[in-house]
Design a protein around this ligand. Structure first.
Ligand SMILES: Nc1nc2c(ncn2[C@@H]2O[C@H](COP(=O)(O)OP(=O)(O)OP(=O)(O)O)[C@@H](O)[C@H]2O)c(=O)[nH]1
Length: 598
C-alpha cells in the first residue's frame, strides 16, 4: 500500500490555493492537458463565477517521490474568506500538515495569520510556500522577512513556486512527503472515522466524506453514528479521485467516502464519529469547534405553495453546509418560512444563490440581523435576532449588542481612509502597530451589526484591494437600540423591519426608503414608503403612479426591444410578492441590505 499523507492548503483569499491545487492534480496525471480546466476543485458554479472557494473539497493524488516510493496524497482544499474559517477548521482536523501559501507580491495578510493559528491549534506541520514568484511585483525577500517576523516561521524552510507557471511544483510535493508525517492510527483497532463533510446524491442517499482514524470499513459492515446511534449498512466505500472511485475497503489514515443508503439526512452530523455496530469505540473522536451563527435572516418561498419543497431543499442543503442553522418562522407579510443563522453576509448570499440554482427554489430573504440582548423590567433577559420579536419598548431596561475586535492590515498610505471607515461604522478604541515597515495593523472594537452589511467590500474599495480583514467576537456592550419599521402604502411590512442603533436610525430609514423606491415598480396608484420608530415617521419616499404601457418609451420600430421589455416585465411578475395592494419584487428584500448601490 502506498504511504499516506493528509494535507491541506491554507492561505489568505486570492493567494492562489485553487490554482496550486489544480497544478498538483495535473502533476499527478489525473487529467490530461485536454481535459484540464482551471480550478478543478472549485466545482460549484458560484465558486467558478466568483473565483472563490466556498466548500472544502477532497482529492487523492498518487505521487512517486524522488526516492522512488509511491504515495497517496490526500489534498483537502479550504476556503479563504473570513466567513468560512469554520470550513478551514474542519479540513484541518483531518490533516497532519498544511501548505501555508503566501502571495509573493501581497505578502502576509490578516487571514494568513488567522489560518496559521488554526493549523497550530491542530498541531500540524506547517510548510511555508511563497506563490506567484512569476509576478513582476513579486518581492520574495520582503515576504520572507514577513514570514520570519509576523509568522515566526523559519524562512530557510520556505518553498518558492508559481502555481500559474508551474514552477516549483515538485519541490512542494517533495516537501509534503518529507516533512509531513504519515497518519498514526492502526487498522487493527476498532473503527473510528471522523465525518468531515457530506452531500446528498438523489440516487444513493447521503455520501459521507470521512477520515478513517483507526480500523477498517468495508461494504456490508453495519456502521453506527456515535452521536445519535443511527445504524446503516455500508453499500460502498471509496476515495475521491476526480470522481468517486470505489474501493474494497477504507482503512486507518485514509480519507474517502462511505455510502450506506442513508435517506434520513438528519442522521448525518458533520464532526460525528462513525464506528462499527458490532465492535464500537467508546469515545467519540474530538469533533470540530461548534459553529456559532452570527447573522440571522428569514427565508420565505416566493409562492407559499412552495413551502414543503423549500423545507426539503433546506434539509438536503444543510447536509452539505453544516454551518447553516435554521428553524421554522412565519411572517404576516410573507407567510411560512424559516429563520436561518449564517456565519456572515457572504455565507448568507451563497446559501441564497445555491438554494436558487442547485435546488431550484424561488426565495425571499429578509434583512439580516445580529443577536441582541434586552434586559426587561421583570429582570428577565431576552435574546432577539428577529426584529419581529423586538420586546415592548416600555419594558426594556437596557439593551446590548455584540462587539467584535476587527483587525485590518494594509499599506500605511491607506491608514486615514480605514480610520474614517471604521469610525463611520461606530468603531471605538483604535490601536495600531507596524508589523513590517510600510504596513500597519489597525485594531478597532466595532459593533458586529456594522460589519455584516458591506464592510468588507467597502474596505476593499477604500484600500484599493490592499486591505485585509479578520475579526473575532469579543463581548456584548450596552447600546441604544430601536426597532425601525417600514411601511409600504400604509402597511407595515414585518419582513423589512430591522433593529438599529438610534444614532443611525434616520440614516438607515432614509436609505431603505430610497432603495425601495428604486426597487418597487410603479403601480396604478401612488405608493408611500415610510420608515417609522414607534409610531413616529422618520423618513419617507413616494413612488408616483405609472404610465401603463411599458413599451411606450421605445418609440415605434424596434420590435425585438419591445418584446424584450415585455418578457422582462413578465419575468418580473413571477418574482413579485403581494403586500396589501402592492407587489414588491423579490429583489427588493435583498437590495435594502446593501448599504450602498452596487
Ligand atoms: N501571476 C500569478 N498569478 C497566480 C498564481 N497563482 C494564482 N494566481 C492568480 O491569482 C488569482 C487567485 O487565485 P486562486 O487560486 O483562485 O486563489 P484562491 O486562494 O484559491 O482563492 P480562494 O479560493 O477564493 O480563497 C487568480 O487570478 C489566479 O490566476 C501565480 O503563481 N502567478
Amino acid at each position: 500500500m502506498p504511504s499516506i499523507r493528509n494535507f491541506s492548503i491554507i492561505a489568505h483569499i486570492d493567494h492562489g490555493k485553487s490554482t496550486l491545487a489544480d497544478r498538483l492534480i495535473q502533476h499527478a496525471g489525473l487529467v490530461d492537458e485536454r481535459q484540464f480546466h482551471d480550478q478543478m476543485l472549485d466545482t460549484m458554479d458560484i465558486e467558478r463565477e466568483r473565483g472563490i472557494t466556498i466548500k472544502s473539497n477532497t482529492i487523492t493524488l498518487p505521487y512517486t517521490g524522488r526516492n522512488g516510493e509511491t504515495y497517496a496524497l490526500n489534498l483537502i482544499d479550504t476556503p479563504g474568506h473570513v466567513d468560512f474559517s469554520y470550513e478551514v477548521s474542519r479540513a484541518l482536523a483531518s490533516c497532519e500538515g498544511v501548505l501555508l501559501l503566501v502571495d509573493a507580491s501581497q505578502g502576509v495578510e490578516a487571514q494568513t495569520i488567522a489560518n496559521l493559528y488554526a493549523a497550530m491549534e491542530h498541531d500540524l506541520v506547517v510548510i511555508p510556500v511563497i506563490n506567484k514568484i512569476d509576478l513582476p511585483s513579486a518581492d520574495v525577500d520582503r515576504v520572507k522577512e514577513e514570514i520570519e517576523n509576523e509568522l515566526a516561521l523559519d524562512s530557510e524552510q520556505v518553498i518558492l513556486c508559481s502555481a500559474k507557471e508551474g514552477i516549483g511544483i515538485e519541490d512542494v510535493l517533495e516537501a509534503i512527503v518529507e516533512r509531513i508525517p504519515p497518519p498514526k492510527g492502526s487498522p487493527s483497532e476498532p473503527l473510528a472515522a471522523l465525518v468531515f463533510d457530506a452531500h446528498y446524491d438523489p440516487f444513493r442517499g447521503a455520501v459521507v466524506a470521512c477520515r478513517v482514524v483507526d480500523g477498517v470499513v468495508r461494504p456490508g459492515d453495519l456502521i453506527r453514528f456515535l452521536s445519535n446511534g443511527a445504524v446503516h449498512k455500508v453499500e460502498e466505500v471509496g476515495i475521491f479521485g476526480l470522481k468517486r472511485e470505489s474501493r474494497k475497503s477504507l482503512s486507518a489514515g485514509e480519507v474517502g467516502y462511505i455510502i450506506a443508503g442513508i435517506k434520513t439526512v438528519s442522521d448525518v452530523n458533520i464532526g460525528d464519529t462513525i464506528t462499527l455496530d458490532r465492535m464500537p469505540v467508546e469515545k467519540p473522536l474530538p469533533g470540530f469547534r461548534e459553529v456559532k451563527p452570527v447573522v440571522f435572516s428569514s427565508i420565505y418561498p416566493v409562492s407559499s405553495d412552495d413551502y414543503p419543497s423549500l423545507a426539503d431543499a433546506l434539509e438536503k442543503y444543510k447536509l452539505n453546509d453544516a454551518a447553516l442553522v435554521y428553524q421554522k418562522d412565519s411572517s404576516a407579510a410573507l407567510g411560512q418560512g424559516f429563520r436561518c443563522g449564517f456565519l456572515g453576509l457572504l455565507h448568507l448570499e451563497i446559501v441564497q444563490e445555491r438554494l436558487e440554482r442547485e435546488y431550484d427554489q424561488s426565495i425571499i430573504m429578509t434583512v439580516p440581523s445580529v443577536q441582541y440582548r434586552f434586559k426587561l423590567d421583570t429582570a428577565e433577559t431576552v435574546i432577539v435576532e428577529n426584529p419581529q420579536y423586538y420586546p415592548d419598548p416600555t419594558r426594556i431596561v437596557s439593551a446590548e449588542e455584540p462587539f467584535i475586535r476587527a483587525s485590518i492590515l494594509c499599506p500605511d498610505r491607506y491608514m486615514g481612509a480605514v480610520m474614517k471607515l471604521c469610525s463611520e461604522r461606530r468603531g471605538e478604541n483604535p490601536r495600531f502597530s507596524v508589523p513590517t515597515p510600510g504596513r500597519v495593523e489597525i485594531v478597532f472594537d466595532m459593533p458586529l451589526a456594522e460589519v455584516i452589511f458591506d464592510f468588507y467590500d467597502r474596505l476593499k474599495t477604500v484600500t484599493q484591494g490592499y486591505g485585509s480583514f479578520d475579526y473575532e467576537i469579543i463581548e456584548y456592550r450596552e447600546s441604544n437600540l430601536a426597532k425601525l419599521d417600514i411601511l409600504v402604502n400604509g402597511e407595515k411590512v414585518d419582513a423589512l423591519s430591522l433593529i438599529v442603533h438610534r444614532d443611525r436610525a434616520r440614516e438607515w430609514a432614509v436609505q431603505v426608503c430610497e432603495r425601495l423606491k428604486e426597487e418597487i415598480p410603479r403601480h396604478q396608484f401612488k405608493i408611500a414608503i415610510q420608515g417609522a420608530i414607534g409610531g413616529k415617521i422618520i423618513a419617507r419616499s413616494t413612488i408616483s403612479a405609472f404610465r401603463k404601457d411599458v413599451t411606450a418609451k421605445c418609440y415605434g420600430g424596434d420590435i425585438t426591444r419591445k418584446r424584450k421589455l415585455l418578457e422582462k416585465q413578465k419575468k418580473g411578475k413571477k418574482r413579485m410578492k403581494m403586500v396589501g395592494a402592492v407587489s414588491i419584487p423579490q429583489s427588493a428584500f435583498v437590495a435594502v441590505l446593501k448599504a450602498e448601490k452596487a
